[in-house]
Design a protein around this ligand. Structure first.
Ligand code: ADE
Length: 432
């Protein structure tokens, strides 16, 4: 690719365009950029390039003759190249990545004409210009900055200019979406950590996350681009996830806990129904019958073992923390409990659907620990269905350890097998 820039300021432009990546590419010979002084082609003694406008008005207009002579000289030296003469003007077509791709694809010689003063004699434009380009709806003092933007963005598409094709195929505007966020060392900077997914080493996961972030950014920052996008099946899925994430509530106030009373029963049963629907999607029979019903909660309440989570005035979840030994925990297979000291059992915990994904479940686990300490115990045991991955993750993230498998008293025809977990709040377990 060869680019000739017609300008009144070739030295300043040369300095910029022969630095760094473009400078190295020019040395390698994959591109050639020349900045040509228009003034060298005047046919008057004063080397005048502009004159007053016919009809009066402000400023001066660049004369057609020096421009035409300069262009002819360039063309005479361009040989058989496929050339395009482009006039940089705020009246031109808006410049986009698509324009850059087209210019790189269809031509191997661009002549960029930089106007100055109040413009260029219209007859030169009519006679010699193939295309007019604007780099935005604002007016610069001349076309040089615009020409540099065009030269830079076209040249970097030329093979051999960037290190490998990856460098531009993934980036903003290439495929109609903005680029995903990038991170480098250190892993944590001023308390801000690199997203976990980028550290996991799973290439497919990283690619999926990057595509999702690209779509999310485009949605937020460039809704006009997003509207023009033709999403494929994966994009559709990711867009649905982004919309779902956006609806998730963010916790801005502290979450508190208090003992539940029968007045809370309606709110609790609503959350039970929501949890039942959610568990159903995971094809588990946990909570798919009548359990837990109002009677179970009223009994928990009467023992002072049922708690509700409060977010402001709202009941955002519940749990039962009992000091009674759980009969099913006496026998544990494929592992063992850490010790034999008195423990609390965490039963029947759920958060309201509107709070899912807000981080409230982790807050709940902190409150569970506090309630356990209030019962003067430091060990919590609990169990969950092997298909309830969300609960298993929450337990592990909250410091619980998997201890083995237990059988619980389940409803007729329901699977009684459960995974057993244990937490020592003081860390004093013997089994690690
Ligand atoms: N010359 C002056 N302003 C310009 C713009 N916005 N784009 C291209 N060339 C220009």
């Amino acid at each position: 690719m060869r680019i000739d820039i017609m300008t009144l300021f070739p030295d300043r432009m040369n300095a910029m365009l022969h630095e760094s990546i473009l400078g190295r590419a020019a040395k390698k010979g994959v591109i050639e950029i020349n900045c040509i002084q228009i003034r060298d082609f005047t046919d008057n003694k004063q080397c005048q390039v502009d004159d007053y406008p016919y009809g009066g008005g402000r400023g001066c207009v660049m004369m057609a003759q020096p421009l035409k002579s300069c262009l002819e000289d360039i063309k005479s030296r361009a040989g058989e190249r496929k050339s395009r003469v482009i006039y940089m003007t705020p009246q031109g077509a808006p410049y986009t990545q698509e324009t850059a791709k087209r210019l790189k694809r269809d031509y191997d010689h661009l002549v960029l004409v930089c106007g100055h003063y109040e413009g260029v004699d219209e007859r030169f434009i009519e006679a010699c210009v193939d295309e007019e380009i604007s780099i935005g709806d604002f007016v610069l003092t001349g076309g040089e900055i615009a020409a540099m933007a065009v030269a830079d963005s076209v040249c970097r598409l030329v093979p051999g200019v960037l290190s490998d094709e990856e460098c531009f195929t993934g980036e903003s505007h290439w495929s109609g979406v903005l680029e995903y966020p990038q991170y480098t060392r250190p892993e944590t900077w001023e308390g801000r950590s690199v997203p976990d997914v980028l550290l996991c080493g799973n290439h497919a996961e990283v690619e999926r996350w990057r595509r999702k972030m690209s779509l999310k950014r485009t949605m937020e920052k460039r809704p006009d681009m997003f509207e023009r996008l033709t999403p494929d099946a994966l994009d559709e899925k990711l867009i649905a996830e982004i919309e779902k994430d956006a609806k998730r509530m963010k916790l801005t106030e502290p979450v508190s806990v208090r003992r539940a009373t029968p007045d809370d029963l309606d709110a609790i049963m609503l959350i039970v129904r929501q949890a039942r629907n959610s568990l159903k999607k995971h094809r588990t029979d946990q909570w798919q019958g009548g359990y837990p019903d109002e009677g179970v909660f009223l009994a928990d309440m009467s023992r002072g073992e049922c708690f509700v989570l409060l977010y402001g005035e709202r009941i955002a979840g519940f749990f039962t923390l009992s000091v009674r030994e759980e009969a099913g925990y006496a026998e544990i297979t494929d592992g063992k409990w850490s010790g034999s000291e008195p423990y609390c059992v965490l039963h029947r915990a759920a958060v309201a659907a509107e709070f899912r994904g807000s981080g409230i479940a982790s807050e709940m686990m902190k409150l569970v620990k506090r309630c356990c300490l209030d019962f003067d115990r430091t060990c919590i045991r609990t169990d969950t269905h092997r298909k309830n991955k969300a609960m298993q993750k929450l337990l592990r993230d909250s410091g619980f350890r998997y201890r083995g498998n237990v059988l619980v008293s389940a409803e007729e025809g329901h699977d009684p097998r459960r995974q057993a977990f244990e937490l020592y709040i003081d860390g004093k377990e013997t089994v690690k």
